[in-house]
Design a protein around this ligand. Structure first.
Ligand SMILES: [Zn+2]
Length: 92
């Protein structure tokens, strides 16, 4: 059995004109990017092939986002995609 992965695509949710959720001075798109950059560095340091769908505060349409995910390592079953979101939520 071969457990080798081809690569990891990290997708920082939202960006540019789409800020995502916000509250307590936090804007989701910015936090998503920080988390994604952190993960990107960690995977790179482990020698795992990794790519980001965006590395700046950039507007990415759903179609463009999908294309970037598929283009990163191809449309293959041995590619892992991690889409980071920090949604607002309520506690009861
Ligand atoms: Zn989100």
């Amino acid at each position: 059995m071969n457990n080798t992965i081809r690569g990891i695509v990290i997708d920082p949710g939202h960006g540019g004109d789409d800020p995502g959720a916000s509250g307590n001075g936090i804007i989701e798109k910015d936090l998503n990017l920080q988390i994604s950059n952190y993960m990107y560095d960690k995977f790179r340091n482990l020698g795992i092939p990794v790519k980001l769908t965006r590395s700046t505060d950039e507007t990415v349409s759903p179609t463009e986002r999908t294309n970037r995910i598929l283009d990163a390592f191809g449309n293959n079953s041995d590619v892992i995609v991690i889409s980071n979101h920090i949604n607002s939520g309520g506690h009861t």
